[in-house]
Design a protein around this ligand. Structure first.
Ligand code: OGA
Ligand code: MN
Length: 210
């Protein structure tokens, strides 16, 4: 399959999942060399000290709480994308357009960051929509880790209901997305570094932006 046909196929899979139950997990969202290039880039920039501690909340209510969330992050800058980041952006733009054709989500823009969870770090159960701002519609995570095994830990645990959950392994190329307001989720601690790009498709405006 050509890479254009491959991306079309995974986009169709994501659209189907989102339309059916507001969530989707697909393997090989991007070609393996591109996932490796994103991982290399993130590793280089982490070593260069460009990552900083993630916070919870935003604006004036933002706080750093390693007992809730222990990752270090680096925001993607839409105006200064490297070549692998450009390719990722193009795939996300194609996904956004496809989702807007088959759902009524009205996705308008994307924001995202690299996230590095050192061994033992976690992100406690939460929802991604801010209490005072409903701009985040669809949460997305692309994993960048080579050869991840169940015994490495670090699953994304999606809570489907009060009693049912689903674990997603953060294996390189796997892409998970879900409605930000619907699904509580958490990141389980891992025994090795866990690298990803987490991001959100947003609606235009949002409650707190005028
Ligand atoms: C987040 C998040 C999930 C993951 O960054 O809000 O829930 O699997 N990430 O990294
Ligand atoms: Mn989250």
């Amino acid at each position: 399959m050509s890479s254009a046909a491959a991306i079309e196929a995974v986009i169709a899979q994501v659209c189907e999942g989102i339309a059916a139950d507001g969530r989707a997990v697909v393997a090989d969202f991007l070609p393996t060399p591109l996932v490796a290039a994103l991982a290399t880039e993130a590793g280089r920039r982490a070593v260069a000290g460009e990552f900083s501690s993630a916070g919870i909340g935003h604006g004036e209510s933002r706080v750093e709480r390693s007992d809730i969330r222990g990752d270090r992050i680096l925001w993607l800058d839409e105006h200064a994308l490297s070549s692998p980041e450009c390719a990722l952006w193009a795939a996300l733009e194609a996904l956004r357009a496809a989702l807007n054709r088959v759902t009524f989500l009205g996705l308008f823009s994307f924001e995202g960051h690299y996230a590095l969870y050192p061994p033992g770090a976690f992100y406690r159960r939460h929802r991604d929509a801010f209490l005072d701002d409903d701009a985040r519609v669809l949460s997305c995570v692309l994993y960048l880790n080579e050869a991840w095994a169940v015994t490495d830990g670090g699953a994304l645990r999606l809570h489907l209901s009060a009693t049912e959950s689903r674990d997603v392994l953060p294996l390189g190329g796997t892409f998970a997305c879900f409605l930000a307001e619907r699904y509580e989720h958490e990141v389980m601690p891992a025994t090795r570094n866990r690298l990803s790009i987490a991001g959100w498709f947003k609606r235009r405006g949002g409650a707190s932006s005028w």
